[in-house]
Design a protein around this ligand. Structure first.
Ligand SMILES: NC(=O)c1ccc[n+]([C@@H]2O[C@H](COP(=O)([O-])OP(=O)(O)OC[C@H]3O[C@@H](n4cnc5c(N)ncnc54)[C@H](OP(=O)(O)O)[C@@H]3O)[C@@H](O)[C@H]2O)c1
Length: 352
């Protein structure tokens, strides 16, 4: 048995699914000869956990087997009973788990329960690898907030739109297709009301090989009038708005309190979105919303497409706020730089 290879198999099973607010989990069961007798993934919230799916497939072959599961099995009653009970009842001999679950209802408890029942427990095998397969889940359990990724397409000299608001298209087809891949991975896509008014975006994943699942659209408004007709209303967009503000037909209001400066309390708005199972949010601008989120320290990482185009003057920048002095800049780590057609794709995250 090669635990690292089986953990990778469990992750491959888990990654295509969107079970948030639950974690992406995959599980593989092998017999004493190393043959896979059962495997499964947690496909959606409310559906059986990966361990259950794998145990059901293995049936009696689970007796005396080894289970390799990407995350420490749960020991609490949620919408489904604890996986630790199912593992014990099935007669599994050894459990190898990939990562400790930071959820306080599990953290160490799952492994401890299994050990108490006489099961050999090995792990965490590779915490870093497993967290990389579902970073939003781990981020949410540690901070209570969704993982926010800021996407922006800018000219080489940093403008996301001209002064008249035109911005389509700054980047070429390869970068735009990559943007659709980003959408396909997240639970929700967020824009400010200014972008809604300027662009009437759809915010859908438009790729040939796509499952059809679409991210939830979210609009942020301080309460200025919204257009009665917009493509996002037909998609049932959530609208973060001050309490009592009416939203157009088709949209759903998410009331958010305001701060002393009159802006929305975006931190509590995001916590509410996480409560609704939206743990992985792509922010697609514009500069006003990006500046609000940045000032509140809520942006975790980003993808910046830098186009083979120079604006040659002042337009609208990624963050619509003044940068008063150098010391106010915040260090970010450049994770990856890729060339896409005539554009650059720069992936970054907050340092530390
Ligand atoms: N190149 C790109 O990647 C890209 C991406 C997106 C957009 N754009 C361009 O950017 C331009 C739009 O940018 P923008 O800065 O005008 O608009 P925006 O950032 O999309 O939206 C700004 C609006 O969002 C709401 N908002 C933002 N922060 C808030 C807070 N803390 N509290 C309450 N409400 C808040 C307010 O809505 P209310 O006005 O309703 O109060 C505010 O006016 C367009 O020209 C668009 O084409 C470019």
């Amino acid at each position: 048995m090669d635990p690292a290879r089986l953990l990778q198999r469990a992750l491959d099973l888990a990654v295509p699914h969107h079970p948030h607010p639950n974690p992406r989990v995959g599980a593989v069961i092998v017999d004493h000869a190393g043959r896979i007798t059962g495997e499964g993934a947690h496909v959606a919230a409310g559906e059986p956990h990966a361990e259950r799916v794998a145990l059901d497939e293995a049936g009696d072959a689970a007796i005396g087997s080894t289970m390799v599961v990407s995350l420490e099995p749960c020991a609490h009653h949620g919408r489904t009973p604890p996986c630790t009970d199912a593992i014990v009842a099935a007669g599994v001999r050894t459990v190898v788990f990939g990562a400790v679950d930071p959820d306080p209802r599990v953290a160490g408890e799952g492994a401890e329960r299994l050990r108490q029942a006489g099961i050999e427990v090995i792990g965490p095998l590779d915490q870093h690898l497993v967290e990389g397969a579902d970073p939003a889940y781990f981020h949410h359990r540690r901070t209570g907030l969704p993982l926010l990724t800021l996407k922006a397409a800018a000219t080489l000299d940093g403008q996301i739109a001209a002064l008249d608001g035109t911005s389509r298209w700054i980047t070429g087809p390869a970068a735009r297709a990559d943007g659709h891949l980003l959408r396909a991975r997240v639970d929700a896509v967020m824009v400010g009301a200014g972008t809604l008014r300027a662009d009437d975006p759809e915010l859908t994943v438009r790729l040939e090989a796509h499952s059809g699942r679409q991210p939830v659209p979210i609009v942020v408004t301080g309460g200025e009038p919204l257009p009665a007709q917009a493509r996002l209303w037909a998609r049932g967009a959530l609208v973060l708005a001050p309490p009592g503000r009416p939203v157009p037909e088709g949209a759903e209001a998410v009331p958010v309190g305001t701060l002393a400066d009159g802006g929305l309390d975006l931190r509590s708005g995001l916590a509410e979105l996480a409560h609704r199972g939206l743990l992985d949010i792509l922010v697609e601008g514009g500069g006003g919303l990006a500046a609000s989120l940045w000032s509140a320290g809520l942006v975790d990482q980003g993808v910046l497409y830098l186009a083979g185009m120079l604006a040659g003057g002042r337009g609208r920048s990624v963050f619509d706020r003044a940068w008063e002095t150098l010391a106010d800049g915040i260090a970010v780590e450049i994770v990856e730089v890729t060339r896409l057609g005539s554009d650059l794709r720069i992936e970054w995250r907050r340092a530390g």
